[in-house]
Design a protein around this ligand. Structure first.
Ligand code: FAD
Length: 415
């Protein structure tokens, strides 16, 4: 007896990935009365890098946390329309301290002054995008440009200990920038393109029930059962004529029957475990890391697309949440900037640029790049011990307790 062919499920559109991009695409189709689609999602939840978790009954966001900007931001409009924004909430200014690894606290005024200079350096990088000026010769990245400005600035600082402290603050701010830009090092960020990023007015908005609370209102407006969870796409077989401008008109399509469904020679087949889905079109929202590391397309994507994927950079940014059984940080301390002395040992943990207080018993550390990847491979106990060692040193307090629980970005990792 011959093996039976897997049943073919046919739709107009298949969306790959149920992160916010995939869900936005689905919303767009539904808003235009096109409901013959499915969304294939590898994980057992929607949201992708919008991901909430619980740590001792406290809600935390492992990925996206803020809506960046109000005016013209569809996420803000959606959050408002869904009643998720608390417009009466006025966030208080955080109280930030910066300390060196021997526990010396930097005067706030020096921190403020250095931060002001740093922001000027960063803003100046944005000017090259308009093409009105050329970057200095040999300077191609934001990191190189900012370092050049820092060197010129520090040359003028007479007092050597102040100069050293300012250098450490600049280093810390550059590490922070890698978490904002999602890169390993600011020398990865193209200088001329920095100004192409359009910042929306209105600041950073956080939702009282967490950024992920926006997923429910989006999901509830989609057709029931259109999102297929635990459906990891392994192969996308597409007719190569579609993308290179040689695809034929609809009337010329050859219609054949496969698995009880009419398909054309322009049908896209998506393999998902032992299931095959067919569609006229596919919207692929796979993360860049997956696109780079997978051989998912058959035939391969056109060369210009492969080249773009190859040239685009993606980085790792992780949060480390530390949960404590009792509060221990002073009420007046919301964030501790860690002023590592230039690459003390080269340990992964020196990339953590700060710990901030989410609440009295929850601390949040940020880490990016190669060091974040190293951290992701470590056991939670090792990470917790390392964070405690850092806090004890930088706060000069040997009594700082070990966290009783720890959560980092591992649950979001898919590549
Ligand atoms: C720590 C961190 C903090 C952040 N903070 C913010 C913030 O404050 N504000 C902000 O606006 N943005 C923030 N971001 C960025 C934001 O989270 C992302 O830009 C956004 O969530 C990306 O959405 P996406 O749909 O493009 O990709 P993803 O969310 O990555 O979605 C892709 C989906 O595809 C699925 N998938 C992967 N492979 C397959 C496969 N083979 N088959 C089927 N499905 C597959 C994945 O599981 C995932 O669900 C942050 C990101 C991180 C990591």
């Amino acid at each position: 007896m011959g093996e039976s062919l897997p049943e073919l499920s046919k739709h107009k559109v298949i969306i790959v990935g149920a992160g916010i991009a995939g869900l936005a695409a689905a919303t767009h189709l539904t808003q235009h009365d096109m409901n013959d689609y499915i969304v294939l999602e590898a994980q057992n939840r929607i949201g992708g890098r919008m991901c909430s978790a619980k740590i001792n009954d406290q809600h935390i966001e492992l990925g996206a946390n803020w809506i960046h900007g109000v005016l013209g931001n569809p996420m803000y409009e959606l959050a408002m329309a869904s009643g998720l924004v608390d417009i009466t909430h006025r966030p208080k200014l955080p109280s930030i301290i910066a300390t060196t690894s021997d526990g010396t606290k930097v005067p706030f005024q020096l921190l403020q002054q250095t931060y002001g200079a740093y922001m000027c350096f960063l803003r100046r990088c944005e000017d090259y995008f308009t093409g009105a000026f050329d970057p200095p010769p040999g300077i191609h990245s934001v990191g190189e440009h900012v370092q050049l400005e820092i060197a010129i600035y520090l040359e003028k600082v007479q007092n050597s200990s102040i100069r050293k402290l300012q250098r450490l603050i600049f280093n810390c701010l550059l590490k922070r920038e890698t978490c904002i830009s999602g890169c390993n090092n600011m020398s990865d960020i193209d200088l001329v393109e920095l100004g192409s990023y359009k910042e929306l007015q209105g600041g950073n908005i956080s939702l009282p029930r967490g950024y992920s609370s926006i997923l429910d209102p989006i999901h509830s407006k989609l057709p029931p059962d259109c999102v297929k969870l635990n459906s990891r796409v392994t192969k996308i077989k597409w007719p190569s004529g579609i993308d290179n401008g040689t695809d034929s008109e609809d009337s010329d399509k050859t219609v054949i029957e496969v698995g009880g469904e009419d398909v054309t020679d322009e049908t896209v087949y998506v393999h998902c475990g032992n299931k095959i889905y067919a569609a006229d079109s596919i919207i692929c929202t796979l993360p860049l890391g997956v696109l780079k590391s997978n051989d998912i397309f058959c035939p391969k994507l056109p060369r210009f697309k492969e080249k773009s994927i190859g040239r685009l950079l993606y980085g790792v940014v992780d949060k480390i949440f530390l949960y404590y059984d009792r509060p221990f940080l002073g009420k007046d301390m919301d964030e501790i900037l860690l002023l590592w002395d230039n690459d003390e040992t080269g340990d992964w943990s020196e990339k953590i640029y700060s710990f901030s207080k989410v609440n009295d018993t929850l601390l949040l550390g940020w880490i990016s790049g190669n060091e974040a990847e190293i951290m992701e491979k470590l056991d939670d106990i090792i990470i917790g011990n390392k964070c405690t060692e850092i806090l004890r040193r930088f706060l000069n307090d040997p009594c700082i307790p070990y966290p009783s629980k720890l959560l980092d970005g591992k649950p979001m990792n898919l590549v």
